[in-house]
Design a protein around this ligand. Structure first.
Ligand SMILES: Cc1cc2nc3c(=O)[nH]c(=O)nc-3n(C[C@H](O)[C@H](O)[C@H](O)COP(=O)(O)O)c2cc1C
Length: 239
């Protein structure tokens, strides 16, 4: 089993530092910037953190991932439903339109969700993504379900679990999203890709793109080539 417990959280030096590093780098490839609210900001003020981060990231990013699914920020996952999600998507889309006009360039927004959602929660999210014409959805973040590793050393530690144990949970979310979204909003599949076959499963579940995190640590960059080749061989392109 190839898995990591994400105890590190995703605290960093903040969006200004990130922008500073990006501006000072020579990187010219695709750049996704992942934004989340501060741990200390209550959920009823979360939108303002997301809007500030979006504004700062917008000029540099190729696309922006809106993370409402990290298990390390208390109650963050509550933003995945109800009025909180509705108002967050509404405000982000309005800001995106304003920033697109200001910068003369449209940058896609993708919502990143958890693998631990109930089927009706996933369907509700999918319907809101359609309503607000979100550009993409990233499924999924790490899981808080640890029963598969409870017997292992450190199996009881706090934090989200990534890698092999999240693969099927993430595929289940992708399938449920695809049942509503079809090809209208692209799904980016992530969670437990450790081989080309795992990547193909994500595409077969409905993903248009895949991301790899934990698999890269265990397998190294060759995994990217393996996934690209296995997808190209097994999955007929739809567009
Ligand atoms: C150490 C660690 C840090 C992570 N930090 C973030 C983060 O800051 N934002 C985020 O959206 N997801 C974060 N994730 C989740 C990963 O991006 C990914 O969605 C998840 O681990 C499932 O993919 P994987 O099984 O390929 O790792 C993190 C995961 C790990 C293990």
């Amino acid at each position: 089993m190839q898995a990591l417990v994400n105890r590190m959280g995703f605290n960093n030096d903040g969006i200004e530092q990130l922008i500073h590093h990006v501006r000072n780098s020579n990187y010219t490839g695709v750049l996704g910037i992942n934004i989340g609210k501060n741990a200390t900001t209550p959920n009823n003020q979360a939108n303002s953190d997301y809007l500030k981060a979006l504004e700062a990231a917008y000029p540099l990013a190729s696309y922006i991932a809106v993370n409402i699914s990290s298990p390390n920020t208390k109650d963050l996952r509550d933003l995945q439903g109800g009025d909180s999600l509705e108002s967050l998507l509404f405000e982000l889309k309005a800001a995106q339109q304003r920033l697109a006009d200001e910068h003369g360039q449209y940058k896609p927004l993708a919502l990143k969700i958890a693998p631990d959602l109930e089927p009706e929660q996933i369907l509700a999210i999918a319907e809101r993504l359609l309503k607000y014409k979100f550009d993409g959805v990233i499924a999924t973040n790490t899981t808080i379900a640890k029963s598969t590793i409870a017997h292992l050393p450190h199996g009881e530690e706090q934090g989200g679990l990534s890698g092999a144990p999240v693969a099927e949970k993430s595929n289940r979310v992708i399938r449920a999203l695809y049942s509503v979204l079809g090809d209208e909003i692209p799904i980016i599949g992530v969670g437990g890709i450790c081989s080309g076959a795992d990547a193909v499963e994500k595409v077969r579940a409905g993903a248009k793109l895949v991301q790899i995190y934990t698999g890269l640590i265990y397998k190294g960059p060759g995994l990217v080539t393996e996934c690209a080749a296995t997808i190209a061989y097994n999955c007929k392109s739809s567009g």
